[in-house]
Write a protein that binds this ligand. Structure first.
Ligand code: C2O
Length: 530
């Protein structure tokens, strides 16, 4: 195993998109940021130097961070942010995970432009459990705002309203041929007749589950969230934000140019929706155009599922969680302009009716390790406060979540099962729930209300998928299981970023076990303090 050292300089860079130039926060001036390529067992040491004007942290999405919670990255959970002018070195070993993960900023909405791929290959002398592809290409799906994303979320937080939707979806940070001023830079993915390309597809979008398809080509899924899957063939993928899917694609079609495209899957019937599609081009090398003025064939467009095709999303995204949006009354002393949600309310979100609030003066992990009182409590409710028909009549009491910094305490080694139930208050929606510090098994999912008497018979205890993010079905539920063998403080949240702002999160406090190997390592000396 090797130690790989990198330096990430967070800086403002001029980026041109949709006909305009923007001052954009990037890593090393690259957009998307650098792809990190390591082997299972390697150690990464990434020095992050903040030369931008915002606080920042970096999260290594899906890396288990065994006993190295200090390197996980969510601000105010495992560290205080790196201030402008400051730096912090993330040091961790990736062990027992292979495939595609990614990294992104975990502070305000900086991850809109601060993100990149993290590729983990087998150890020296080991190979993939499928034939070695000729080529490998990261395909990062994301969103682009013409406005500064930090301003977009600040405005939404100020008013209590939903934030503006993005101006484009992107593939490898390019909107593609269907958007204005974008076709010169459209991402081109080469392939040769007869060769196989491994596409490492990542949904880095802030607030949007996405369908992904390549015209005329089948996709063979071989991995998800950095674990291998039993291979299966499909023509369309659905990825919730945070999820990754590794697929093999074969150059078995007439040499030409084919669009690959991603389109929003909008499960919320009445949410603002921008029905647009981002494209890249799969180009057979013999069909490419070396000469300046050649007429490369117009790519063939795939037919994508309708934006509200819940059955497709269910088939390809076999995972799900219980969580809910709500509307809170405005406190009487609030200035009017701070309540511009529906009917003079503010949007809110919660798990078990608690709307998660991050601390400001300490990180949760630091407060836990140093025994600092008053930063959090450990009374997160194990069950919702009342029985409830989640898909029928909505109880008004769940419209009023209670704000709190409540953690749920787990003994080292506990076996945990969580039923995640969508409450469908305000709107039924597919919530991608992400747990830090762990992978979990998704043992069942379904629509409607979870029924503990009947639905346990649906549990797959033989070969359930192992993931770090689960899309909880619209109007439905999912059941996940993991063993609490990684001590520390681990946030679990909806990966639709605006829902984090509204409080759709909680955190587990996993106690140390016995002996050094069951105890979190001491904090690094350069850990940022608040
Ligand atoms: Cu990919 Cu808490 O995040």
């Amino acid at each position: 195993a090797d130690v790989q050292r990198h330096r990430f300089v967070i800086q403002a860079t001029k980026v041109k998109r949709l006909c305009k130039t923007h001052n954009t926060i990037t890593v090393n001036g690259m957009f998307p940021g650098p792809t990190l390529e390591i082997k299972n067992g390697d150690t990464l040491e990434v020095q992050v130097v903040n030369k931008g004007r915002y606080n920042v942290t970096i999260h290594w999405h899906g890396v288990r961070q065994m006993r190295t919670g200090w390197a996980d990255g969510p601000e105010f959970v495992t560290q205080c942010p790196i201030r402008p002018g400051g730096s912090y070195t993330y040091r961790f070993t990736v062990q027992g995970q292979e495939g595609t993960l990614w990294w992104h900023a975990h502070s305000s909405w900086l991850r809109a432009t601060v993100y990149g791929a993290l590729i983990i290959r087998p150890r020296e002398g080991k190979s993939y459990p499928f034939p070695k592809p000729k080529r490998e290409t990261p395909i990062i799906l994301s969103e682009w705002w013409d406005a500064n994303p930090i301003d977009v979320v600040r405005e939404a937080t100020r008013t209590g309203a939903a934030p503006n939707v993005s101006d484009a979806y992107t593939i490898n940070a390019q909107p593609g041929d269907l958007y204005k001023c974008s076709s010169k830079e459209t991402t081109v993915v080469p392939i040769d007749s007869g060769e196989t390309n491994l596409l490492r597809v990542i949904n880095a979008a802030l607030n949007q589950p996405l369908f992904f398809k390549v015209a005329n080509h089948k996709l063979t899924v071989v991995g998800a969230d950095a674990s291998y899957t039993k291979p299966f063939t499909t023509s369309v993928l659905m990825l919730g934000p945070g999820q990754t899917t590794d697929v093999l694609i074969r150059g078995d079609q007439p040499p030409s140019r084919y669009y690959m495209a991603a389109r929003a899957y909008q499960s919320a019937q009445n949410a603002p929706f921008d029905n647009t599609t981002t494209t890249a081009i799969l180009e057979y090398k013999s069909a490419s155009c070396a000469a300046k003025k050649c007429n490369a064939p117009t790519p063939i467009m795939p037919s994508l599922p309708a934006y509200n095709d819940t059955n497709t999303s269910r088939k390809d995204e076999s995972l799900f969680f219980t969580i809910g949006l709500g509307l809170n009354k405005c406190p009487p002393n609030f200035r009017k302009r701070r309540c511009q949600g529906p009917n003079g309310t503010r949007f809110t979100a919660s798990m078990n009716n608690v709307s998660f609030v991050l601390p400001r003066n300490f990180s949760l992990l630091q407060a836990h390790q140093q025994g600092i009182p008053g930063v959090f409590t450990t009374d997160f409710p194990a069950n919702p406060p009342l029985k409830f028909d989640y898909t029928g009549n909505v109880s008004r009491s769940l419209f009023q979540p209670v704000p709190g910094t409540k953690l749920y305490k787990l003994k080292y080694g506990s076996r945990v099962q969580i039923v995640l139930q969508d409450t469908s208050i305000v709107t039924p929606e597919n919530h991608p729930i992400h747990l830090h510090g762990y992978d979990f098994y998704i043992i069942a999912q379904g629509f409607g209300n979870f029924d503990p008497k009947k639905d346990t018979s649906k549990f797959n205890l033989v070969d359930p998928p192992l993931r770090n993010t689960v899309g909880v079905p619209v109007n439905g539920w999912a059941v996940i299981r993991f063993v609490a063998d990684n001590p520390g403080v681990w946030i679990m949240h909806c990966h639709l970023d605006v829902h984090i702002n509204w409080g759709l999160a909680m955190a587990f406090l996993v106690e140390n076990g016995v002996g050094e190997l069951q105890t979190i390592q001491p904090p690094p000396p350069d850990l940022p303090i608040c």
